[in-house]
Design a protein around this ligand. Sequence first.
Ligand SMILES: [Zn+2]
Length: 465
Amino acid sequence: MEKPRSAAVYARISSDPTGLALGVQRQLEDCRKLAADRGWTVGAEYVDNDVSAFSGKVRPEYERMLADVRDGLRDAVIVYNMDRLTRRPIELEQFAQVCKAAGVHQVATVTTDVDLGTDDGLFTARIFAAFAAKKSGRKSERLRRKARQNAEQGRPGGGANRPFGYEADKITINPAEAQIVQEMADRYISGESTRSIATDLEDRGVPTSSGAAWRSTTVRNLLHSARIAGLRSHLGEVVGKAMWDPIISVEDRDRILAVAVTKKAAGRRTPRRYLLSGMLRCGKCGGKLFSSARGDERRYVCMSGPDHRGCGGVTVAAPPVEEWLTAAVLYRLDTADMEAVLTGQQAQGTRHAELTAEREKLQARMVELSEMFSEGEVSRLEWKAARDPLERQLTMVDQQLARVPGGHALAQIIGQGDALRAGWATMNLERQHTIIRAVLDYATIQPAERLGRFYPDRIIPVWAV
Ligand SMILES: [Zn+2]
């Protein structure tokens, strides 16, 4: 085989608390010596620092090397050991593919040589990769066992954030914050909503432990945490008494959990009170308008404050907007435009089926992923990293699904505007909402020029069909 004239040297140092792994410098020296011994010319050196190949994080220098091999700039690769190069079997397959396509067969390591151009060589490399993956897996297993043990001994977890109510050691109580925690618990138990508690804390200028704003979820997570009752939880389950002192009593904790259950049940029973919830947007900031009552007056409002990111600049009384948009939707159902829509129904039915299938696929992958996590095949970080994009995709598919009618809903109401108008008052709000939703994508509400008056031209509907 011809001697390489522009070999790539790759070195990587992984996060290494024991300090036993080879430093990058040593790896590079050994690789350069190997190149010199064989009479190979080194074209470029690539060094990634402090990243574990197993974590799936991006390795910029590794990517650059792959690109150079792909572009034909390098004709061989030297690494100290195969586990510096790849730690996941799938990465080896990608690496092997790039090398094969570029005609690069010579991969030398200080410990073993691998000729990716032969079946034997590839087989050896695969064994190395499988072995390295297993070693990393065992390492995570050790870490998991250690975390479990920590929890069972009641020690604090390793998260970076200081828990509200405690000092940075996560054990000593912070008296001022502890008083607020007890106050929050009392208010929650007496029926106050997490949203109202969050708003109040923000108004009073009470800082959270991270400095971020108080939100309903911050309040909820804090009150639901086992920690403030002096209990240690692990992966969502209480595993025993913690080594720190409680801020609230275990009885209060039980009351909090009971209130949460009641609220959840009550939430399901509350009937829809707003015909257009989720369908109106703010003409100033583009944010969603939320339903909100002031006294007896039902309104849609752009909300600023803890849980919302709106500008707070648009408010509209609910009844006239609902009346106007209902009339517009029913009128639209009888127009010629909608006749044309009916012909498009077939296509939409197909699209609906496609989206439903995609949704099922995404869900199946999420289930599979959580199984891998519970089996210990992937770490919590890896699980989160893979799950978050899936969740985003799922939300997108759901949004699209909400816009594409199932095919039947619209077919039944097109041309029926008159009949629907006659029966409108006797329909329940759910049914009315479904009909409007099938025709209207959303409507933007412009800010009022003069307070107290409703102008129909404040409403800009965007039709779904
Ligand atoms: Zn706004």
